[in-house]
Write a protein that binds this ligand. Structure first.
Ligand code: NAI
Length: 329
């Protein structure tokens, strides 16, 4: 029976699905609760051709170690794959696949973060926790009166747009490629126009070499005063230092960040007793108008079942030399 090496396997939610789908697909598993590193790769991947990971950084060094252990296919139980060094994958002859799941979980979460930001929910929850039931400083704003800018109108961006259309707000969109189906609900504009007119900006593009720090000092200065920024895409899209300055100056009225720069090694681990080397995150967390969550917009029951099933299925197709819809390069 073909064996798959699974890293970062979570007992509390993924194990039962790995068990079920590996049986259904006729695969055996070599599992590890930790991210791959130079100490565990040879042991966990022994006898495997395929490896199944989540969003831990896969550097050239790790890719080389995978190749030395005989790995030929690496699948990530995520949509984004910017955590994987694709050049190194090519160099060492390792194919890479992802496991896109339905966009609704992330889209719901995005709408929730928009509403939480407009209604100052972080402050409300902090006050009720200490029995402070005053109203001062908690006045919110109504989504219907807002212009929302959606950057990236792929699967998630489009779902966000459709959901937002029910609130009666004006919706602006930006993408490298315009999609006809979006035009029913939103108007495509240039980024310059979006910066000028949007009260809320939400990000839904992958992180690429071309859009790193898309939100930076210059673009922030072109935005409306009090703009609300929501990021459920990738931390690297926002220059954290520029965002901190924008919040301190009041340019940014609120931010909701499910993803941040340098989140690798922090998110999904219990680091409460540690001194962390991510000052920007510490500062951002401390602002009353910034909501931070640890990269979990995707995390629903549907997500877990789908990614486990599809990542194993893509390994099976790869090993059988069949057409594999999940292979990205
Ligand atoms: P998708 O591939 O369906 O859509 C991405 C869209 O972004 C496409 O329409 C593409 O044309 C556009 N795009 C690419 N580069 C661009 C640029 N420089 N400027 C403007 N538009 C650009 O991807 P999907 O499924 O909608 O996911 C979007 C992103 O959300 C993922 O790449 C991932 O980084 C992030 N994500 C975050 C999750 C979370 O839990 N917070 C979970 C899942 C995805």
């Amino acid at each position: 029976m073909k064996k798959i090496a699974v890293f970062n396997l979570r007992d509390f939610d993924e194990a039962e699905w790995f068990d079920q789908y590996s049986r259904e697909l006729g695969l055996s598993l070599s599992t590890c609760p930790d991210a791959p590193d130079l100490d565990n790769i040879a042991r966990v991947t022994a006898g495997c051709e395929c490896v199944d990971i989540i969003t831990s950084r896969i550097t050239r060094e790790l890719m080389e170690a995978f190749a030395k252990s005989g790995i030929r296919y690496l699948t990530t139980r995520t949509i984004g794959y910017d955590h994987i060094d694709l050049d190194a994958a090519k160099e060492f002859g390792i194919h890479v696949g992802n496991a896109p799941y339905g966009p609704d979980g992330v889209a719901d979460y995005t709408v929730m973060l928009i509403l939480m930001s407009l209604r100052k929910m972080k402050r409300i929850l902090e006050r009720t926790a200490i029995q402070d039931y005053t109203l001062q400083g908690l006045q919110g704003r109504e989504l219907k009166c807002m212009t929302v800018g959606v950057i990236g109108t792929g699967r998630i961006g489009q779902t966000v747009i459709r959901s937002l259309s029910g609130f009666g707000c004006r919706i602006l969109a930006y993408d490298l490629y315009e999609k006809e189906e979006v035009k029913e609900y939103a108007s495509y504009v240039s980024l310059e126009q979006m910066w000028k007119e949007a009260d809320i900006i939400t990000l839904h593009t992958p992180l690429t070499a071309g859009n790193r720090h898309l939100i930076n000092k210059e673009t922030l200065s072109a935005m409306k005063d009090g703009v609300v920024l929501v990021n459920t895409a990738r931390g690297g899209l926002i220059d954290s230092e520029a965002l901190i300055s924008g919040i301190e100056s009041g340019k940014v009225g609120a931010a909701a960040l499910d993803v941040v720069e340098k989140e690798f090694g922090l998110y999904y681990y219990d680091r409460k007793s540690d001194v962390l080397d991510n000052r920007e995150l510490a500062v951002l967390r401390g602002f009353p108008n910034v909501t931070v969550s640890h990269h979990m917009a995707f995390y629903t029951d549907n997500y877990t079942r789908t990614v486990v099933r599809d990542s194993l299925h893509s390994c099976k197709l790869f090993m059988e030399g069949k057409e594999n819809p999940w292979e990205v390069c």
